[in-house]
Design a binder for this molecule. Structure first.
Ligand SMILES: Cc1cc2nc3c(=O)[nH]c(=O)nc-3n(C[C@H](O)[C@H](O)[C@H](O)COP(=O)(O)OP(=O)(O)OC[C@H]3O[C@@H](n4cnc5c(N)ncnc54)[C@H](O)[C@@H]3O)c2cc1C
Length: 529
């Protein structure tokens, strides 16, 4: 390893790897410095229990922007979720949402005929909103630009409905059954501390509806080998372009140079590495801490400090001795049925979700958790020992700060609450658990470096989007310190395995390098050629 580079990227999350890959492909000498012992950030597959390989944090793909896939030449094997989800009923059986429109329609009609009709209009609304939003992912779009784009759309009041409104209000406008309302509303609260009745949660739904990585817009899929298949490939692409990765190396601060520019990084070990460009994949609050040698504008500091990062997600990863059986669902228990192949979703009504959010607001884990569970080994048996299965449960709400007790004291009790929400419909599920790992917000913070355990590096609500992400005016991947850039999920368009922050930040670096030095940097197309 040399002590001097053209650019350093702090953090080897997917956005850091993407940013680094573009810079390296353009001919820069790039080093990625990562605090943990692995690449991928929150996008990894790990052998959590002997013989069981699980996507420890993120587990499903949709948002990765097509430009990143084609420009970097990613070859991903993404299996579209089909069925999309299985939502068990209290009385046994459940609603299976198939991809095929006719089968899906019949299934929803079993719950409510009116909702079966409404679903088509609902889907059309989000397809239209996603179509309008997609071009805004490729640059640091402002709210005004977004409004203008939406105004050109034919759907009446689309911006207010799908960006600033509450997801509950919208679900109540379209659907009559508690179940369809709850299921659809659940996609508007993912990763948030807000409940479905909070204004702006409609945007969280839109954020989960604009992706194209699993095929058609809005579809989600599972990546063969787990989410780590994406980031291990990105690391290979980066290294093939000449990039170097330094693991187990925490950056303690950004090094200042004359004219208050960034001049490199100082590691926790005290080692110094020089570079005129430093891109930070860590979340904005961590980034701020690394900038302590610099005098920063008060407004910038205040805005970043105000970015809400209180996480509410708890991830429970399990090794199962067999497949869970759902009450009232036929099957022999050995071969996977449709209920095992998509997401198993527990979100029976809007009130259920709202009450769970309110419990977390009081500092309590929700007694009744919203859950999305997935058994990847049902479609990829090689991820678990023969006859056994993986179970990955994404649950809300469990607050970062508990009103009573600590996470160390209550972690397993909270893990029990998560599994109880599934056990209610799949009696005996907990007896199948051979080993488990419960990751609450404080664990996500410790393991992945996510401040507050917030899975998106900060709330995805309209007050912290567009030119306010991560701080008013400082939304264009730049910071008040020349040469220091932000390339993670705390920048536009936000979190999820999306890649747009990493790609857009690299473009900002190119633009500045070209302007600063008079050197003509190769365009991305030239670099690709
Ligand atoms: C439990 C969970 C489930 C999720 N589910 C999904 C899902 O199914 N689908 C989806 O699309 N998204 C999901 N997400 C969100 C998604 O995973 C994240 O938003 C995304 O991976 C963040 O990527 P990033 O590259 O911006 O940052 P990160 O992945 O957070 O990477 C930042 C990197 O910087 C490193 N770092 C931090 N500080 C320093 C320092 N000082 N020195 C050196 N290195 C440092 C960190 O160790 C980390 O590797 C989930 C997240 C979690 C936690």
């Amino acid at each position: 390893m040399s002590a001097s580079y053209d650019a350093i990227v702090i953090g080897a999350g997917h956005n850091g790897l993407i940013c680094g890959s573009y810079l390296a492909r353009a001919g820069l000498k790039v080093l990625i410095v990562e605090r943990s012992d692995r690449v991928g950030g929150a996008c990894v597959t790990e052998e959590l229990f002997p013989g069981f390989r699980i996507s420890t944090a993120s587990y499903s793909l949709s948002l990765l922007v097509p430009e990143v896939v084609t420009e970097l030449g990613l070859k991903l094997d993404v299996r579209v979720k089909d069925p999309e989800l299985f939502a068990p009923f209290d009385e046994g059986g459940g609603l299976t949402l198939w991809r095929d429109p006719a089968r899906r329609r019949d299934a929803i009609a079993g719950v409510s005929k009116k909702d079966a009709d409404a679903y088509e209009r609902w889907d059309a609304l989000w397809q239209e909103a996603a179509r309008v939003f997609q071009p805004l992912l490729a640059f640091a779009a402002t709210r005004k630009q977004a409004r203008r784009a939406f105004r050109a759309s034919e759907v009446d009041k689309l911006f207010n409905k799908t960006v600033t409104g509450s997801i509950a209000e919208l679900c109540e406008e379209y659907f009559e059954s508690d179940l369809m309302r709850g299921l659809m509303a659940s996609q508007g609260i993912i990763g948030s501390a807000a409940g479905p009745r909070t204004p702006g949660t409609a945007y969280i739904y839109l954020h989960h509806a604009f992706g194209q990585a699993a095929g058609e817009t809005g579809q989600w899929g599972f990546v063969r080998g787990g989410m780590g298949a994406i980031t291990s490939q990105l690391a290979d692409i980066f290294r093939a372009a000449g990039g170097e990765i330094l693991l187990d190396s925490e950056v303690a601060k950004v090094k200042p140079a004359a004219k208050r520019r960034a001049a490199g990084v100082v590691l926790a070990s005290g080692a110094e590495i020089d570079a005129p460009v430093v891109c930070c994949n860590a979340d904005p609050k961590r980034a701020l801490k690394l900038l302590h040698p610099f005098e920063l504008p008060r407004e910038f500091v205040e805005d970043v400090e105000l970015l809400p990062t209180q996480g509410t997600v708890v991830k429970v990863n399990c090794a199962l001795s067999g497949l869970p059986r759902f009450r009232g669902v036929e099957g022999d228990g050995a071969a996977p049925g449709p209920e095992h192949l998509g997401t198993i979703t527990i979100a029976p009504s809007i009130d259920y979700l709202e009450e769970a959010a309110q419990a977390a607001g009081r500092g309590e884990p929700a007694p009744q958790m919203f859950c999305e569970a997935w058994i990847q080994s049902a479609s990829e048996p090689e991820l678990a020992p023969e006859g056994k299965h993986t179970l990955s449960v994404f649950a809300q709400y469990a607050p970062y700060e508990l009103a009573q007790g600590s996470w160390d004291e209550r972690r397993e009790e909270i893990g029990d609450l998560v599994l109880a929400a599934l056990e209610r419909h799949a009696p005996g599920l907990t007896d199948l658990v051979e080993a488990r790992m419960v990751l609450g917000p404080s664990d996500l913070e410790a393991r992945f470096g996510l401040t507050g355990g917030n899975i998106f590096h900060g709330e995805l609500l309209p007050d912290w989007l567009f030119e306010k992400r991560p701080a008013n005016v400082w939304h264009r991947y730049r910071s008040p310190v020349p040469g220091f850039y932000l390339c993670g999920s705390g920048t536009h368009p936000g979190g999820g395995v999306c890649g747009a922050p990493g790609r857009n930040a690299a473009r900002a670096v190119f633009a500045d390098l070209t302007a600063d030095s008079g050197i003509t940097m190769p365009t991305l197309d030239e670099a690709r050629a």
